[in-house]
Design a binder for this molecule. Structure first.
Ligand SMILES: Cc1cc2nc3c(=O)[nH]c(=O)nc-3n(C[C@H](O)[C@H](O)[C@H](O)COP(=O)(O)OP(=O)(O)OC[C@H]3O[C@@H](n4cnc5c(N)ncnc54)[C@H](O)[C@@H]3O)c2cc1C
Length: 427
């Protein structure tokens, strides 16, 4: 593995627990071996442990090393493509099950935070910000759609309404999700890891799964040890590499960049986001931002197809931040980092089994803080013999990127340029 420690992010600098976990150096056995200690792996492990399974997590680097420890921290309901798209892709019964799950992840996070006393600066309230009337119409339709699934926590905002919650001239309006919200993402992952260990689960860091021997009791090999298990759960997402080639063919790691300003004085911070909501805009290549607990603006955006690390992150993000908030002209950037999410062609999660005992969930396409928490619950249900919701997710169709490994990056970038142009020109 090329990396083994956290990038120099604001989150790593303010992590609660700097626990160093052991590398796997022996041959072990458990009911379930989970590969990857991001939210997918941790959530799966927690639900399994609560059901009485024994669990070993293998993490190539450190807990929360991947997207789970680097993201915008925004608790956003639903999926990267919304429920109307799922209704078109799945059977009516599967779409209903997946639709009902769309609002469960935020509840799971809040329940975890309360039950295990996780200190991760949880705040309620998320705003979708619209640049124009076309995007406002889209939000109106989204509200009606989510209400059809019994979700009543949305409020449309006109131009004056959004200016009361975001001090920016950029927007024509927006929509508040009162059960959206934000967290310190790495501290959530670290708290969940402690909860796993408090229930008797083991986590080995610096222990990449290098090879899986398939069979009735699969064997997972790391550089210095093995885990024999009844089930394996693959949760390596954009950092999995080519461990399972058939998964790699239908997904593409993409980078997105985040900066954290220096701490703002209270007056400036409170004027930018008076209710301390998080915000994401409605563009295809969207910007997302929020305040941290110590009043920095954490601002993300940009996508690098193929997950190459851009040389100067600040020069990518700062101009967008100043377009939204020109009042931050003199504010310094203290941290800038990049992280990888996993894109699928449909932008819907990729879920399934390989044989009868290797399970996977990945590819939530940049919108995974809530989904990954539900995925853990649904995988744990399936391993306990209740596979209805898992099978609904697994029924979503997935296709290889056009152009194969060679052309997936340029063709996807071309597609994104097209959508970006449409957003800019408003058609
Ligand atoms: C910069 C950024 C901003 C984002 N912002 C948001 C946001 O605000 N809201 C939102 O909803 N979503 C956001 N996302 C997406 C969200 O963070 C992810 O969907 C989610 O964290 C994915 O969790 P995961 O556990 O599946 O994967 P990851 O968190 O990436 O975890 C995978 C883990 O598996 C490990 N691993 C990989 N291969 C192996 C192996 N062979 N052996 C052992 N371990 C392995 C990795 O080291 C890693 O720790 C963002 C993503 C990024 C990158």
């Amino acid at each position: 593995m090329p990396h083994n420690n956290y990038p120099a992010s604001y989150y790593a600098a303010t992590a609660n627990a700097k626990v160093v976990r052991q590398e796997l150096q022996e041959n072990k056995q458990a009911d379930v071996c989970v590969i990857g200690a991001g939210y997918t792996g941790l959530s799966t492990a927690l639900f399994l442990l609560e059901k009485g399974f024994s669990v070993i997590i293998l993490e190539a680097a450190k807990v929360g090393f991947g997207a789970s420890g680097r993201n915008g921290g925004q608790i956003v309901n639903s999926y990267s493509r919304d429920l109307d798209s799922i209704e078109r892709s799945a059977s009516a019964s599967a779409a209903k099950l997946i639709g009902d799950m769309a609002f469960e992840g935020g509840r799971i996070i809040r329940e975890r935070v309360a039950r295990y006393g996780i200190q991760c600066d949880l705040k309620d309230g998320g705003v979708f910000a619209a640049f124009n009337q076309k995007q406002m119409h889209h939000l109106e339709a989204q509200k009606a759609l989510w209400e059809r699934y019994g979700y009543p926590h949305l409020e449309l905002l006109d131009k004056q309404g959004i200016q009361r919650v975001v001090a920016s001239e950029s927007y024509a309006g927006g929509m508040l999700d009162k059960q959206g919200g934000h967290i310190h993402p790495l501290n959530l992952a670290l708290g969940e890891a402690e909860a796993v260990e408090s229930l008797g689960g083991s986590i080995f860091e610096q222990s990449p799964a290098l090879r899986i021997e398939y069979g009735d009791a699969p064997l997972v090999h790391t550089p210095k040890g093995t885990v024999r298990a009844r089930f394996v759960v693959v949760a390596g997402n954009a950092y999995l590499g080519n461990l399972i080639p058939e998964l790699a063919a239908k997904s593409m790691p993409c980078g997105t960049q985040v900066v954290a300003t220096e701490p703002l004085d209270d007056e400036l911070a409170n004027s930018l986001l008076p209710q301390d909501y998080c915000v994401e805009d409605c563009n295809y290549l969207l910007d997302y931002y929020r305040l941290s607990a110590d009043k920095r603006l954490i601002y993300g955006g940009g996508v690098v197809y193929g997950a190459r690390d851009p040389a100067d992150i600040e020069s990518i993000i700062r101009p967008n931040m100043l377009k939204t908030f020109p009042q931050l002209e003199k504010v310094k950037i203290d941290f800038a980092w990049t992280g990888n999410f996993l894109l699928t062609l449909s932008r819907l999660p990729q879920v399934g089994r390989l044989g009868s005992n290797i399970y996977y969930s990945q590819g939530c396409s940049g919108h995974g803080v809530t989904y990954t928490h539900v995925a853990g619950k649904v995988i744990a249900e399936a391993l306990s013999g209740q596979a209805e919701r898992f099978d609904a997710l697994a029924s979503l169709p997935h296709y290889p990127f056009p152009g194969g490994q060679r052309f997936q990056v340029p063709l996807s970038a071309l597609g994104a340029m097209y959508y970006n142009l449409r957003d800019r020109l408003g058609f």
